[in-house]
Design a protein around this ligand. Sequence first.
Ligand code: TYM
Length: 335
Amino acid sequence: MEINNAPQKKRALSFIQSSGMFTLGNYLGAVKNWNNMQEEFECVFGIADLHSITVRQDPATLRKQIYSAAAMLLSTGLDPEKSLIFMQSHVAAHSQLAWILNCYTQFGELSRMTQFKDKSQKHSDNVNAGLFTYPVLMAADILLYKPDLVPVGADQKQHLEIARDIAKRFNGIYGDVFTIPEPYIPPIGAKVMSLQEPEKKMSKSDENENAKILLTDSPDAIMRKFKRAVTDSEARVCVGENKPGINNLIEIYSCITGKTADEITAEFEGKGYGDFKLSVGEAVVEELRPVQEKYNMYISDKAQLEKIYKEGAEKAQYVARKTLSKVMKKVGYVL
Ligand code: TYM
């Protein structure tokens, strides 16, 4: 698709890391919404492969994961005719703007990021500077393309706030350079929880395979994981306090079927958790069936993938370079 610096439609932008196969959380909280935005918005979607190396990666595995991420984005419905789809590392302006923005970001504000605190605890042997400045690169990803809306799951809210703060600070010094983006956090599905520890979010990096549904999981694996999902000792399918497991399953089912929590409670009145878990599993299997069929096709056609992400990068570069040049001029560089 064509993209220019004065879009007719409003622009939406988001990225996803290539640090492992996407989970049902990534899908319901983010990617499924991206798909639905393609008609109304001019869309920019990227694979955040630079962000992925804040945690140590095996090169061969990373390469495979980047391809898988590209194939999966297309399989969930992103259409290169409608949206710009590319890899972050192919557009040098992301790293260049990140450096500049680093100098307009305070140590104190980065220290408050909960994801940094969590990840530096989890990877205490590798608390690298990239992990610390990660939100600045994310701010660069966003601000280069001047989006109106950034659709993300709830866990990215804090990062989006800092991106807005950096943009406002920069604009305050140099005039109107950046658009201040609004977050879009979906009313349901914004925080899909672990199936084993439902007080924690479902995460790609969880070592317990039963805690997460991967978009490539077989129907058998999906059913098995839902059957084993941790719930409580009550038996009524309804939203409630101290029922994080059931609340999570209701939210997943609601997100896929479009039914409200009350409708779900009515549907399962008189039935136990066992029946409900089977229905949630079946709904997820059916939702993912067409996605998996397309994935198998895209992942076996590297030439087509390469054509799509290279064309995407070329168009992205055009937009990104324009914003970067403006920033450089404002800061005082000789162009
Ligand atoms: P990442 O790769 O961790 O996640 C990608 C998207 O999936 C959402 N998400 C979830 N939503 C609901 N429930 C969950 N359990 C769940 N887990 C993840 C995330 O909120 C996100 O929207 N830093 C970002 C990637 C990024 C980015 C950007 C995003 C880089 N540059 C610019 C927006 C704009 C990240 O690590 O997302």
